[in-house]
Design a binder for this molecule. Structure first.
Ligand code: ADP
Length: 480
C-alpha cells in the first residue's frame, strides 16, 4: 500500500536532484574563485616582480654612471655590493673588453661575446643610453660613459631566473591551495546538501503518513528558517484537513440523525392512520398533516445538503436579473405564515414598497428563507421576529434585516457560525429544520454576489442578520 503511494509520488518528482545541483554550483563557484586568484596573481604579482627588477636595474645603472663621473675608483667596490643583490655591473671598453670589475675571477680583460656587444650598441640611442631590455633570461641596461679619457660602457645585468623561479614556486603553492579549496568545497557542499535533503526527505515521509490518514504526525524540521516555515505550513495543513474530516464525520452523524427523526415520525403516523384514525376524519387530517410536515422537513434537509455541495464546487452559476425584492420577501414571509397561524409566532414587518435589485432571484430567496428560518428557530419566548427591508436615503442601497429576541450569539462563536457544519451543540425545540449548513449557504451565495452581509449580536440581546443589496430603478426590469 505504502510503496504503491510512494510510486505514485515518484512519477511527479522533478528529476533534478538538489544534492547534485548544489554540488555543481558550489564547485563551479569554487573553481571560478581559484581561477580568478590565479589570474590576479599572474597579472599583478608576476608582472610587479619583473617591473621592480627593471626599476632596480635602471637605478643601479644610474648610480654606477654617477659614480664613474664623481669617484671612478669606488666603482669596483660598489660592483661587489651590487653582486650581493644578484645584479652584475660591468664597465666595458669600446671593443667589449671588461675593464671592471677588476681583480676577480680572471674576468678582467675578457671580451664579451661580439654578438651581444652589437645588440647592446644598437640599443643605445643618441643620448648614449639604452632602455632596459631583455637578453636571453636576463634583463639589461647599458649606457655610454667616458672612462680615463676613453669611451666605455656601463652594463648592468640581472638574471630573471630567480624571479621566474619564485613565481613558479608561488604558482605551485597556489595550485595546491586551489585544489585544497576545491576539495574542501566539495566536502562542505556534500555535507550541507545531505543535511538539507535529509530534512526534506523526512518531511516528505511524514507527508506520506499524513496522506495515509495519520493525523498524529508532526513536521518538526527547524534547521533553517524556510524549512521551519514549511514545517509550520504542513502542520497547519494537517490541522485543517483533520478539522474538515471531523466536520464531515459530524455532519454525517447530524444529517443521519435528522433524517431518522422525520422518517420515524412518518412511519409512526402512517401506522396510526392505518390502525386507529383511518375512519376519524379529523384525526386522520391531523396525522396526515404531520406526515406532510415531516416530508417537507426531509425535503428541506436533502435540499440543503445538495445546495451546499453544489455551491461549494461552484457548479451553479449566478444568473443576475432585476427583480422585485419586496415581493420576494413577502412571498417568503407567507411561507412562514403557518408559524403565525398554528404556533403563535409574531412576524413584525417593516418593508418599503417596490424595491428592485439585481441578483440571482432563486439564490437570494434561499438566503432570505434561511435567515428567516434561523430567526424563527432561535428567537426568544415572545416568539417574535422583526423583518425589515428599507432603501437608504439616496435610494442606491437596500438593507434587509431580520431580528430575533433570542439568546444571541457569543463573541467567540460569531465568526464561526458561517462555517460549514457549524452548530451550537445544544438541544432545543426548533420549528424549522436545521443542519448547520444554512448560514454557510447564505455566506457562499452572498460572497458570489459580492454583497455585504453580517450579523450584529451579543449574548442575551438577540441577533440581527443583515444583507446590503444594490437598488436598481424599476424601469430596468422592463427593459431586461
Ligand atoms: P442550523 O441549521 O444549526 O441553524 P445554521 O448554519 O443556519 O445552522 O446556523 C449555524 C449556527 O449559528 C446555529 O447552529 C446557531 O448556533 C447559530 N445561529 C444561527 N442563527 C442564529 C440566531 N438567529 N440566533 C442565535 N444563533 C444563531
Amino acid at each position: 500500500m505504502r510503496s504503491e503511494k510512494q510510486q505514485k509520488l515518484k512519477k511527479i518528482k522533478n528529476p533534478r536532484s538538489i544534492n547534485l545541483a548544489m554540488w555543481g554550483y558550489f564547485c563551479l563557484l569554487a573553481f571560478i574563485l581559484v581561477l580568478l586568484v590565479e589570474l590576479v596573481f599572474y597579472i599583478v604579482v608576476a608582472g610587479t616582480f619583473e617591473d621592480k627588477a627593471c626599476e632596480r636595474v635602471d637605478g643601479i645603472c644610474a648610480e654606477a654612471v654617477h659614480e664613474i663621473e664623481v669617484n671612478p675608483n669606488g666603482l669596483n667596490k660598489s660592483i661587489f655590493r651590487y653582486r650581493n643583490e644578484g645584479v652584475n655591473v660591468f664597465l666595458l671598453d669600446e671593443s667589449g673588453k671588461i675593464i671592471l670589475p677588476a681583480q676577480i675571477d680572471g674576468l678582467t680583460g675578457t671580451v664579451i661575446d661580439g654578438d651581444f656587444i652589437n645588440t647592446m650598441k644598437t640599443r643605445i640611442g643618441a643620448d648614449g643610453m639604452a632602455d632596459v631590455f631583455h637578453y636571453g633570461s636576463d634583463i639589461m641596461k647599458a649606457q655610454k660613459v667616458g672612462y680615463m679619457g676613453e669611451g666605455a660602457y656601463v652594463l648592468v645585468t640581472y638574471s630573471l631566473t630567480i624571479v621566474h623561479g619564485t613565481v613558479k614556486t608561488l604558482q605551485i603553492y597556489l595550485i595546491i591551495v586551489g585544489v585544497i579549496v576545491l576539495l574542501g568545497s566539495l566536502l562542505v557542499t556534500y555535507a550541507f546538501s545531505q543535511k538539507l535533503t535529509r530534512g526534506l526527505k523526512s518531511m516528505s515521509d511524514t507527508a506520506v503518513k499524513l496522506a495515509e490518514g495519520d493525523y498524529t504526525v508532526k513536521f518538526t524540521n527547524a534547521d533553517y528558517t524556510e524549512m521551519a516555515q514549511l514545517s509550520d505550513t504542513l502542520n497547519y495543513v494537517r490541522d485543517e484537513v483533520k478539522k474538515s474530516e471531523d466536520f464531515q464525520r459530524e455532519i454525517l452523524a447530524n444529517v443521519s440523525h435528522d433524517l431518522k427523526t422525520p422518517l420515524t415520525m412518518i412511519k409512526a403516523y402512517a401506522s396510526m392512520i392505518k390502525e386507529i384514525s383511518g375512519d376519524n376524519k379529523e384525526k386522520r387530517e391531523k396525522h396526515l398533516q404531520v406526515i406532510i410536515d415531516e416530508a417537507d422537513r426531509l425535503t428541506g434537509l436533502v435540499n440543503d445538503v445538495l445546495s451546499v455541495s453544489k455551491l461549494q464546487s461552484n457548479i451553479e452559476e449566478i444568473n443576475f436579473k432585476v427583480f422585485n425584492l419586496t415581493e420576494l420577501v413577502y412571498g417568503i414571509i407567507n411561507r412562514f405564515g403557518y408559524l403565525q397561524e398554528s404556533q403563535g409566532y409574531n412576524l413584525m414587518v417593516d418593508i418599503d414598497k417596490d424595491l428592485y435589485t439585481r441578483a440571482d432571484e432563486e439564490k437570494i430567496s434561499q438566503v432570505i428563507y434561511n435567515l428567516l428560518g434561523n430567526a424563527a428557530n432561535y428567537t426568544g419566548k415572545d416568539k417574535t421576529v422583526y423583518i425589515s427591508l428599507k432603501a437608504d436615503l439616496d435610494g442606491k442601497r437596500i438593507k434587509f434585516s431580520v431580528r430575533d429576541t433570542g439568546k444571541g450569539i457569543s463573541k467567540e462563536a460569531l465568526p464561526e457560525i458561517w462555517d460549514r457544519y457549524y452548530r451550537v451543540k445544544e438541544n432545543h425545540q426548533r420549528p424549522v429544520k436545521g443542519t448547520g449548513l444554512g448560514l454557510n449557504i447564505v455566506k457562499v451565495i452572498l460572497q458570489n454576489h459580492a454583497f455585504d452581509f453580517g450579523v450584529d449580536s451579543a449574548l442575551g440581546e438577540g441577533s440581527t442578520f443583515w444583507v446590503d443589496f444594490p437598488a436598481v430603478p424599476a424601469e430596468i426590469e422592463l427593459t431586461e
